[in-house]
Design a protein around this ligand. Sequence first.
Ligand SMILES: C[S@@+](CC[C@H](N)C(=O)[O-])C[C@H]1O[C@@H](n2cnc3c(N)ncnc32)[C@H](O)[C@@H]1O
Length: 254
Amino acid sequence: MKLEIDTDARTLSIDGEKGSRTLPLYSDAAFEEISELWKVVGWNQRYTYTFTWLGRPIIQMPEDLLRVQEVIWMQRPDVIIETGVAHGGSLVFYASLLDLAGSGKVIGVDVEIRPHNQRAIETHPLKSRIDLIEGDSVSAETLAKIRSAMQGERCMVILDSNHSKTHVLRELEAYRDFVTVGSYLVVQDGVMVDLEDVPNGKPGWSTDNPLAAVETFLQANDDFALDPPHWVFNESTLTKPITYWPSAWLKRVR
Ligand SMILES: C[S@@+](CC[C@H](N)C(=O)[O-])C[C@H]1O[C@@H](n2cnc3c(N)ncnc32)[C@H](O)[C@@H]1O
């Protein structure tokens, strides 16, 4: 695909699989096209590896964090389970929101919690709202530990560990029952589907990705439905998120 931006003429010209067209530069459609490209180039340049939250590195796209914040603030879950802890930034992010809401805790699961990350999380001011479990997210032992750490009624689950189709599908099956009706099971990093041809992408990602797992899961689990959260504030004409989590938001509907 070829994109040509002419700031003098204020146009964006696109020459791609769907033919050629020219859009006004200052339009929602042009913004969406430019954002899609920005997203993929930014992924390659490790844009999401440049942020911290309350002192811990957090590997996320800022817009995705703002959206999940909106949901957590509205739904006030009692428990958020997250698979994939890494440096702990996202755990601390969710814990900080629950702390402001006045209740709730986060259960973080990772196959390998490095000692310096564990120390930093366990000495963090929000530690009282965080439980750490080291283990494969789909092992029987890990799932038993999560069950015994559960408290309260409303539970949201966020999957951010191994993003292969096989692993995400196993996680979806293993974690679906933790999610309460009306809450979300969030499957992160579906953006992989668009990254196969990017320099730092990998062959096979166009089919081996979280979206493929979501598709298979939804065919067999009609108590979940794709239901991306509505924007609670929007004084623009924009409607599409700039997200690394396409088709991520599975709501438990019964
Ligand atoms: C993308 S990082 C998580 C980033 C973190 N959620 C954040 O936003 O900063 C993925 C993590 O998943 C973990 N992981 C990979 N395979 C796993 C598995 N089978 N079970 C649990 N954790 C796994 C890795 O060790 C790594 O720390």
